[in-house]
Every structure is written in C-alpha cells, then in structure tokens.
Design a protein around this ligand. Sequence first.
Ligand code: SF4
Length: 307
Amino acid sequence: MSEEIKIEDLNFVGGDNVKITIADLDPKHESQWCPGCGNYSIVMGVKNAIVKLGIDPKDVLIVSGIGCSSKFPHYLKTYGIETIHGRALPVATGAKLANKDLHVIVVGGDGDGYGIGMGHLIHTMRRNINLTYVINNNEIYALTKGQTSPTTPKGKKTASTPNGSIETPINPMALALGGGATFIAKSFSGDIEHMSNTIAKAIAHKGFSIIDVAQICPSFNPEMNFKWYKDRIYNLENLEDYNSSSKNWAMIHALESQDEKIGIGIFYHSDSDRETYIDDLPEDKELSLVRQDISNVDVENILDNYE
Ligand code: SF4
C-alpha cells in the first residue's frame, strides 16, 4: 500500500536559495472573471504550489487554450501563452521539448481539454510528457454562456439541451487511468489548501500529471454550488484501504457515481520512475535544446536542399 505523499517531504525543486512569495506572482491585470468564480481560488492554488516548491517564476510557463479558465496566464506573473481552443497541450509539449528545465503548467476548462482537445490529451498522457495539467472542470461551457460540455451530468438542462442532456459524461479519472497518466488527482476549488498541496505534488512528479478540479461556476452552473459539492466530497486519502499505487483501486473509486459522492485526492501515482518522453530523446539527454551550442551548425547546407 502506498504512503500518502507528504507536502513537507517534497524537494524544493527551485533550490534552497530561491525565496519567492505570493506577491512575486501577482500580475498587474485586473481579473475579468465573475464574482464567486472558482477560477480565483485555482489561481491561488497554483501560486501557493509554486511558492511551496520554491520555483523561480522565470522558470515557470503557464499554457492555456480558450475558455474562461484559459485567461489564467494573464493572472500570474510567470511566462504564459494563451493558445487556441483545445491546443494547449501540443504547444506546452513543444515548449517542454525545447527547454526541459522549464516547469510547464497547462490550465484549461473541461470543454477545452475533454472536448476539442481530447485527442491531444490522450497522446500527451501515453507519451508521459513531463507536464502538469490542471483542468478547471465546471461541467459546462461557460464562456459561451452555458451549453452542455463533455462533463455535464446526464439529464441536466442547459442552453443547448433545454430538455436535459441525453449524453453520458466523460469520467476524467477513469479516462486518465486508461490513457496512461502517471499522476492522477482530483481536487475542489472550494478547498484551497487541498488544491495547493495536490498541485505542488503534481508539479514535483516526474511525468505527466493531471488534476481535475471541480470548479464552481455561479453564473452558468449555479446548482453545483459550494454546498452541493461539500455534501458529496470526501477525501480518498482518509480511507483505510487508501492505495494510490494500485490502478485497480483507483479505478474502483474513479467509477463511483459522480452525483452521489465525489472522491478528492490522488487517485493514482506511479511509484516507479517510468521514463518520460524526454528521457528517451537522444538530442535531449544532456542539455536542454535551448542551451545547446549551435555555433557549428551549418544551416545553409540544410536550406540548400530545399531550393
Ligand atoms: Fe467563472 Fe462561470 Fe463566470 Fe466563467 S462564467 S468567469 S467560469 S463564474
């Protein structure tokens, strides 16, 4: 049975001499999110994780797609790219392959990640690219004013399904287990401490980590409010048989009905250091590509071949 990963046991990946505070991560921009939106606390969770791990903000890249939560890079003072709908993961993969020393954190919504971005998600998981993906899952398309998303519960009435959705929603934890992610967790935007610790553990994990965060959207999914979640959420890590190194154990809890009870915590993490994609790239073995000496590379010969 696996031990719970203790936040105090994590290595300070930025090194002992990096001392940063939350204020170092504060941007100049005013947030455009609605009052009460769960995205505010998820930003706080990511900031806390960066501070807990002592990572210099210049070594962090936040990549997002399109959606309410994809405004995320504007609200942290790190490097950031807001890309196009569903395409955050390929951009993040490219950045990580070019500079493996960067801590790349991808943030987006359920529509962005589990809808149009689904193909990229599956392939990033199976490749075990060393990224952290935080999915702000409010179970609705919010930016476009309340349509059914891939995680909207069956039967829920939305702007696009006024008689109730007839689709079975995606189960993010079961999907990630099947896809080969090596760190799989769920958290809740109403529990900043749990989110901060879980995101820190995910960033410290070597390999692809995914955290699906149940996010409150008071504007377009008001029924699933703080009380609705609090009545259903329990912490997996308090279970007597907690065993996040077993995929079978994790799948049993992933398949529990999302409506009746919602487990939060780390469902699964690989104890073995499975090779990441970059570990197997001969070009990337020693130095990041961006740090390699290219003064002897003659591009004219290469370009001549395309004349
Ligand atoms: Fe947040 Fe929902 Fe408003 Fe978007 S619509 S900013 S998800 S509360």
